[in-house]
Ligand binder design. Sequence first.
Ligand SMILES: [Ca+2]
Length: 167
Amino acid sequence: MRYTVLNIFIFSFVILFGVLGCLGKENGNDLPVDLVTLISASNATNSATPPSNLSYAGNPFVFFRNAAISAKIPTFTGRVESCKSNVTLPAGISIGNTCNITGTATANQSATNYTISATNSFGSTSTTISIQVKDSVCGNGVIEGNEVCDDSNTFNGDSCNSTCSGT
Ligand SMILES: [Ca+2]
């Protein structure tokens, strides 16, 4: 009886170390499989270089006062962890961690340059954009800002009303 219990005890140890050994050696080193996968995935997207080629399609920008802008989403190479402008963006406009520019400008301003810097742990890259903020003009034939229509005049009763808000 004592002999059997001892055998079961030893047998259990053999099984336990066998399983642990397989887990550790499966990937050719002593790290658990999940950790190796995590490190590999991280290295693939984490090349040790600063971001580069930051660019905004549509620059220079004209925003219309009190009209939400469509998000300005830049292209860049590499990974961006944080982003900022060298001077404060127009009131109501903000920039996110991957340099997306969003919001609703609330005050008019002439065209102004902003140097946008995108950064990761290895360095940064930058680009300069221009932003002007102005009022839309009803009657100029161009649908701007919050205008629903613009038929090149400010008459009521025709295809577009005097405030460009409808027919
Ligand atoms: Ca207009």
